[in-house]
Design a binder for this molecule. Structure first.
Ligand code: ADP
Ligand code: MG
Ligand code: MG
Length: 251
């Protein structure tokens, strides 16, 4: 059974159909990349998967671990193990990074019938994960993303993912605005999490990120549909040839 199974997904945004019958299947342990031109619907797919209410599902189904994902509210999707890193991470004034994460970790544990995490165990885990992505320990007590630099926000996003340990990590253009060192750190953070029980959906406009996070499968999303699927070499092909041929085929 696939971890994520998307069948014939149609999504409207403000009355306009953006996803037009998208099919995608992701097995456990695999990293799938989605590439495609601007405006094709990549972020729409990510938002629809996490249950953003601005994205109206008009047709199709999404199964996560065999369960109907579209029937769950956003919080339950997160507790079931779906994580979305934001293209533009949100600031949460007045709520410290560690406080936020502890609440999130405990909500996930409660959802799975587990007790709250031990305070010391949590602190040690958080410190270890912060070191892993070279997140300055000072940022742990600061309000989430408030006053963080662009690079710090991206690192923080990967840090949150490594603490929450989702089964499916969705990264939407995590590479935009990253310098090469930050890109490497973010990629190392993701690669350290690669595991036979965890999958990733890496959305990117450029091939560069995929040199660091080497995908198992690459899809091309144009005009609301997956128009081509291949191996990692497809990303290289797109980098040299661009999306022109695909855009004509999709039109
Ligand atoms: P991509 O991530 O591939 O660049 P998007 O999914 O962001 O593409 O956008 C696909 C189309 O949907 C674009 O034409 C965009 O303008 C439109 N769109 C996406 N989100 C919204 C929104 N919240 N409100 C209005 N239009 C939107
Ligand atoms: Mg259809
Ligand atoms: Mg986008």
């Amino acid at each position: 059974m696939a971890l994520l199974e998307i069948r014939n997904l149609h999504v409207n945004v403000e009355g306009t159909e953006i996803l037009k019958g998208l099919d995608l299947s992701i097995d456990s342990g695999k990293v799938h990349a989605i590439m495609g031109p601007n405006g094709g619907g990549k972020s729409t797919l990510a938002k629809a998967l996490v249950g953003d209410e601005a994205y109206e599902i008009t047709e199709g189904e999404v199964l996560f671990n065999g369960k109907d994902l579209l029937d769950m509210d956003p919080e339950d999707r997160a507790r079931e193990g779906v994580f979305l890193g934001f293209q533009y991470p949100v600031e949460i004034p007045g709520v410290s990074n560690t406080y936020f994460l502890k609440a999130a970790v405990n909500a996930i544990r409660k959802h799975h019938g587990q007790d709250e995490i031990d305070a010391m165990e949590f602190l040690e885990m958080v410190r270890e994960r912060a070191r892993r992505v070279k997140l300055d320990e000072g940022l742990l007590q600061r309000p989430v993303n408030e006053g963080f630099s662009g690079g710090e926000k991206k690192r923080n996003e990967i840090f949150h993912m490594s603490v929450l340990e989702p089964q499916l990590g969705i990264l939407d253009e995590t590479d935009s605005g990253l310098d090469i060192d930050a890109l490497r750190i973010v990629s190392e953070g993701v690669n350290a999490m690669r595991d036979e029980d965890r999958s990733f959906l890496v959305i990117t406009h450029y091939q560069r990120l995929l040199q660091y996070i080497v995908p198992d499968v690459v899809h091309v999303l144009v005009n609301g549909r997956i128009v081509k699927t291949g191996g990692k070499e497809l990303a290289e092909e797109l980098e040299t040839k661009g999306y022109e041929g695909f855009e004509e085929a999709a039109a």
